[in-house]
Design a binder for this molecule. Sequence first.
Ligand code: AR6
Length: 183
Amino acid sequence: MGAARAGIEIVTGDITRLSVDVIVNAANERMLGGGGVDGAIHAAAGKELLAACRDVAELRAGVRCPTGEARLTPAFGLPAKWVVHTVGPIWHGGGRGEPKLLASCYRQSLQLALGQGAKSIAFPAISTGVYSYPPSLASTIAVRECDGFLADNPSFEKILLVAFRQQAADILRQALGALGTKQ
Ligand code: AR6
């Protein structure tokens, strides 16, 4: 449903079905799949995605992508062209740098997409599932970072913020509305 701000759109449903240049995966540091949206993306993309993830260099044992960073792979069987894998912070109450790390996920993902010449990207609600980040706080960060990116990169066409459930969409819409009133 409708865009509250040009360039940012909130949609409800399964991110793996979207025909955008880039979809973002809420991965973990190992980058070898998991549950939630990570499991759905790997299942829909096929086994080649796992092989591509395995090929990403390990920085240290078991860490291909540290929390707050992002890595790019092709999207294989998905309608998208690329997958950006980013690792959101696990929520520990907010005092362990979670807001900065989550903002960094959005920023790095958007920069990687830009570097590929992408014009459209879809994000799931990073960290708000297994990693327990409060959805309203996470949504505020998501819309702020996306809005800032679009202000800096006006030729980028579309950022979809994908809510898996209606309640998450309502929370995102509220955050987008609040952003509008601050400017
Ligand atoms: N499309 C869009 N959103 C989805 C989908 C989907 N197909 N499936 C789930 N979501 P989570 P996290 C939503 O747990 O909190 C994994 O095991 C979901 O409702 O997927 O960052 C990884 O391997 C929620 O709002 O990611 C990591 O170990 C959002 O996606 C860990 O979970 C994120 O939930 C990462 O946890």
